[in-house]
Design a protein around this ligand. Structure first.
Ligand SMILES: [Zn+2]
Length: 450
């Protein structure tokens, strides 16, 4: 089996690829102008930010950067493209012949820039509508297309590839995973014939589409039937692929050089530390297990530098990593947020870890606290202020001991359970605003003194 991918990534830029229209989400058909609507006589101009990002991606994917690249017009007639051509790169892309290491090398054939077409909305699903709506907000949004060789042998390899690719894009600050999803054309051949599943959105659906297509082709081959060379559509609702059209060949599109746009000279760009190198460094410098180092690095540069800042101050990399990867990350994901969207600072996180270490808060309370503080933006300080004071806690312990003499006697006679009862009573009295270990210690000390 051979699988190849054509991955489309929306670049994180403020404006579109050839005009100044914003890329932010908006009401349909608000972010538009004569350029991205393809009016006659328009003058598109390339977005430097997008070009720079494309070069960085090509470099990070180990591509050879071409000395000169240029834009071409891919001619086709369809409502999502009012100019009747899409501006893309064909003959001379940004980079070629790269690779990504996922335990084996997945070869990258090319990395190029292109504009996104408009979004078509089929109210009754594809084939089930008597009309189609068009949103031109998306027309002209910059995409980078990453084309792999058909080097994947199963769906697990595809998953590993996307994990790695996403982490690289995050470190390059080229992609916003909360605002954009990855779109992909998947080529799958079990026998000799290549079938293309077009335009699958999001990693989950890409995986489902591949799994279904493998089953479908397997069944045909087993029955001695022919697998047709064609383009298929993946239906997210049913999880099935259906035939769209017989596969056209790339040359059918008639690419021509776009004379409105300048030729771009290949440039040498700086790229930051990439996830693979960062993982090695985290294992070396902090003694982290590789899995943990990976989990932190793959979350992106802000999460990783937050970790480093906290460790610089607090030490104990394992403890920091555990708290960040379990409770903090879980909570961010639950709220559909990224760390950089919160007001949480490394200094505050250190304060939080210290409070736990000094038994000013219990672990249980700390977990609850993270859940509340991440979405609310409430300061760690405010939470700590709500904790019971030393004096108040001692008073509660004394009161409980006075009121439950029987339990105290039982405990003295060796009934361990009685102590649990007393701890429960203290916690109840102070509304759980203290560390259990500390309550236990205070109780034991006070009983011993009696
Ligand atoms: Zn525009």
């Amino acid at each position: 089996m051979r699988i190849g991918l054509e991955v489309h990534v929306q670049l994180k830029t403020k404006s579109k690829l050839f005009c100044n229209c914003p890329t932010d989400p908006a009401e349909p058909n608000r972010n538009i102008c004569p350029i991205c609507l393809g009016f006659p006589g328009i003058r598109p101009f390339p977005n430097e930010e997008a070009i720079l990002l494309a070069f960085k991606i090509a470099k990070a994917l180990n591509c050879r950067i071409l000395e000169r690249c240029f834009f071409s017009r891919k001619s086709y007639f369809y409502p999502d493209m009012p100019k009747n051509y899409q501006i893309t790169q064909y003959e001379a892309p940004i980079g070629v012949d790269g690779w990504v290491d996922i335990g084996k090398k997945i070869r990258i054939r090319r990395v190029h820039l292109e504009e996104d077409p408009a979004r078509l909305v089929h109210p009754g699903g594809i084939g089930g509508s008597d009309h189609v709506l068009i949103d031109y907000n998306r027309a002209g949004v910059p995409l980078v297309e990453i084309v792999t060789e058909p080097d994947f042998e199963d769906v697990e390899e595809v998953k590993r590839f996307f994990k790695k690719l996403l982490s690289i894009l995050l470190h390059l600050r080229a992609f916003d995973p909360l605002k954009c999803s990855i779109r992909c054309d998947v080529n799958i051949s079990l026998g000799d014939t290549r079938v293309e599943v077009k335009n699958v959105t999001g990693l989950k659906h890409i995986e489902r589409a591949i799994r279904y297509e493998i089953l479908r082709q397997e069944k045909l081959l087993k029955e001695g039937k022919e697998v047709k060379r064609e383009t298929r559509h993946f239906d997210e609702k049913t999880g099935l692929t259906t035939s769209l059209r017989e596969k056209e060949f790339e040359d059918d599109y008639g690419y021509i050089f776009d004379p409105d746009l300048p030729i771009i000279e290949g440039i040498e760009v700086e790229i930051p530390e990439l996830p693979d190198r960062m993982v090695e460094r985290f294992v070396e410098e902090y003694g982290l297990k590789e899995e943990k180092a990976k989990a932190i690095a793959y979350e992106g540069p802000d999460f990783a530098s937050f970790f480093e800042e906290v460790v610089k101050d607090f030490g104990k990399p394992e403890v920091v990593a555990s708290w960040m990867l379990t409770h903090l990350l879980k909570c961010l994901n639950f709220n559909h947020m990224r760390l950089e969207d919160t007001s949480l600072t490394p200094k505050e996180f250190v304060e939080f870890l210290r409070a736990m270490e000094e038994e000013r808060i219990s672990e249980r309370y700390a977990k609850e606290m993270i859940k509340e503080w991440v979405p609310s933006g409430k300061k760690v300080e405010e939470f700590l202020k709500e904790m019971v004071s030393e004096e108040e806690l001692r008073r509660a312990v004394e009161e409980v001991l006075r009121e439950h003499r029987k339990a105290v006697e039982d405990y003295k006679k060796g009934k361990k359970k009685a102590l649990e009862f007393l701890i429960g009573q203290v916690l109840r009295r102070i509304g759980g605003r203290a560390d259990v270990k500390k309550v236990r210690r205070l109780l034991e000390e006070s009983i011993d003194l009696k």
